[in-house]
Ligand binder design. Structure first.
Ligand code: ADP
Ligand code: MG
Length: 342
């Protein structure tokens, strides 16, 4: 095994806590894989590959992650999303409505998918909850638990129906976003890793890579098969920080497995655990009787969106919803740690 990049010290804890959410198991028998690990997208990213001829293509991944972070990061000053939210805040302060902003192709694609699935999930997935995520600040050290009055005020401005993306007739630039009520903060944290994994897969395929495993902090995307022609094996880890035990393992090739869990990012205040998947109805961390949801789908962005949405819906509503998606496989883990396969 080869670690081509050193993992910064601060990421080691995360490596232990987050990495095993959905973990790719084992090596491939006789041949040891190459593994590159780095900290990006506010999480631990690893790329596993078997063919040394792919090293050049794999070496481009860190700069591609930088590129995508420069589009989708809600917190990085200067990112496209940061600037969109800054423009919305200015417009809200001026009392403007129907604010129209230009978008990059990537932002247009991601927002289009986010809004399509926000509609399909009846708002369980909602990319407009950024003001709440800012307050809770799950990734930082200073947390604010919003009062009921604050949540009511913030939620009165939230809602995906507030956003509209425009598709130019020629499918060429400019793409635009129109926001009716700009007093929101857009947050694509529930799907950006999936979208980025799909783009990286396209880029690696274009470079001739035929087999690799991308793991963006638990968003696993498998490209192709192992050198022996067999599928890779992926496991749903026990939903506990740092666990390396598996509830189930399954073969995966040319598909993505994404987990959303309440044990991944959270803080405790006055004896109450606040985790990072929010119920758009209440503005509180979703209490749906689940510890985690793993979604297996061809498209990583869809798996990412649905893992978040299904966590909010819970097992019963989620199972009913999934009747419309027979090609998607889902593993729910309830609060007792029992695995329920849809
Ligand atoms: P992770 O990002 O840890 O892999 P998820 O994909 O489930 O986990 O995304 C959770 C993130 O999505 C939160 O940190 C927040 O940024 C955002 N988010 C929280 N609740 C929702 C929701 N109901 N709909 C859409 N995005 C959400
Ligand atoms: Mg998600």
């Amino acid at each position: 095994m080869k670690n081509a990049l050193t993992v910064p010290q601060k990421t080691l804890t995360l490596l232990l806590c987050l990495f095993m959410t959905v973990s790719v198991l084992g090596g491939c028998g006789r041949r040891e894989p190459f593994v590159r690990t780095l900290f990006a997208l506010d999480t631990v990213v690893s790329v596993t590959y078997y063919d040394s001829r792919d090293a050049e293509a794999i070496a481009k991944i860190p700069e591609r992650l930088e590129y995508y972070e420069g589009i989708f990061s809600r917190t990085r000053k200067g990112s496209e999303l940061y600037e969109i939210n800054a423009r919305l805040a200015e417009a809200a302060a001026e009392g403007l409505t129907d604010v129209r902003l230009p978008l990059s192709l990537e932002m247009y694609q991601a927002l289009s998918l986010a809004l399509e699935y926000a509609r399909l999930t009846d708002g369980a997935f909602d990319p407009t909850l950024g003001r709440l995520s800012e307050l809770y600040n799950f990734s930082g050290s200073q947390h604010t638990v919003p009062s009921e009055a604050q949540r009511t005020e913030i939620l009165s401005h939230c809602g995906y129906e507030n956003l509209r993306v425009e598709n130019a007739p020629s499918s060429a630039w400019p793409w635009h976003l129109t926001v009716e009520d700009p007093a929101i903060v857009i947050d694509l944290g529930g799907m950006a890793k999936g979208y980025i994994a799909d783009r990286l897969k396209e880029e690696l395929l274009a470079e001739g890579v035929t087999g690799a495993i991308l793991n963006l902090g638990g968003n696993v995307l498998v490209l192709g098969k192992k050198p022996d022609g067999g599928p890779y094996t992926v496991g749903v880890a026990k939903p506990e920080a740092g666990s390396s035990d598996y509830l189930i393992t399954f073969p995966l090739s040319d598909a993505s497995a994404v987990t959303s869990g309440s044990y991944q990012r959270f803080f405790e205040e006055n004896g109450v655990i606040y985790h990072h998947i929010l119920d758009p109805g209440t503005g509180l961390p979703a209490q749906s009787g689940l510890k985690s949801v793993t979604v297996v789908a061809e498209c990583s962005a869809v798996a990412d969106i649905l893992s978040t949405a299904l966590f909010v819906m819970g097992k019963d509503a989620g199972t009913a919803f999934l009747e419309g998606f027979p090609e998607i496989e889902v593993y729910f883990v309830d609060e007792q740690g029992a695995l329920i396969r849809d």
